[in-house]
Design a protein around this ligand. Structure first.
Ligand code: PAF
Length: 258
């Protein structure tokens, strides 16, 4: 049975009872609009822990563009149906005021690696991500937390934060899940009109095949993508592009598939 917790005290009481019974917990934070990528995290958590908690919370502080926040898909009833079908034990649906009683006066900032790539294109984005993840890790009180490698920079920053603040939760990275044509699964994909959906897999193919980041940029622009960045860093190639008003990000290992 899947239990839905819409207040933090109700979840805390449940976690206390789990701990009394010696049950381990895996935690999957999400912003909803769930797809197979999220479900792969839930399955991994269920395989490695006695219980799994999924959080659905569209975190306002990580959006630098109010239009993007307003347009972010919200599909809670469908999400709950998918989580029930997976046998997820617990779902947390917190409200803004409960997670941000301080009005976001307190926040977590990383001062170096959060300033490039996504952080360079979306000022303040990682302050919002790290702050909400810090809050959620404290609230979940899990042994392990699961994050997708599609958001590689996020995964590295969350892992670094957990180490820096001695958070006793292991941060587990999970492989990117792709459509058969290579497009990385993302909640934003559902907003692509058919012609852009057809074009979108070229993003992944170009990241993989272009000889340099500069060549990838040129090829993507020629194919009709608006390019935010393509950069090679620490053995990976990172890219962010727009098709219409839909922003896509991806990353691949240099010289391999990912
Ligand atoms: O990757 C996401 O969906 C979000 O950035 C996260 C980790 C749930 C924080 O809001």
């Amino acid at each position: 049975m899947t239990r839905v917790f819409d207040t933090l005290p109700a979840w805390r009481a449940e976690r206390l009872a789990q701990r009394r019974d010696g049950l381990s917990l895996g935690f999957v934070p999400t912003m909803g609009a769930l797809h197979e990528g999220h479900l792969s995290l839930v399955r991994r958590s269920r395989a490695e822990n006695d219980r799994t908690l999924v959080c659905i919370f569209v975190n306002p502080t990580q959006f630098d563009d109010p239009g993007d926040l307003a347009g972010y898909p919200r599909t809670t009833e469908d999400d709950l149906g998918m989580l029930r079908a997976e046998g997820t034990e617990s779902v947390l649906l917190p409200r803004d005021v409960e997670l941000y009683p301080d009005g976001y006066r307190y926040r977590v900032t990383e001062t170096e690696r959060s300033r490039v790539l996504e952080g360079g294109s979306r000022p303040g984005h990682f302050d919002g991500v790290l702050t909400v993840v810090m809050k959620l890790l404290q609230i979940a009180s899990a042994e392990r937390a699961y994050f997708g490698e599609k958001d590689w920079q996020q995964l590295m920053l969350v892992r670094g934060m957990a180490e820096a603040f001695f958070i006793p939760t292991t941060i587990v990275g999970c492989p990117t899940v792709r459509e058969a044509d290579g497009l990385a699964l993302s909640s934003r994909n559902r907003r692509l009109p058919p012609s852009d959906r057809e074009k979108a897999p070229q993003f992944y193919r170009t990241l993989l095949s272009a000889p340099t980041a500069g060549a990838a940029c040129r090829d993507l622009r020629a194919a009709g993508f608006a390019v935010d960045y393509v950069e090679d860093r620490a053995g990976r190639r990172f890219g962010a592009v727009r098709l219409g008003d839909v922003r896509l990000i991806d990353n691949v290992p240099l010289g391999g598939r990912g």
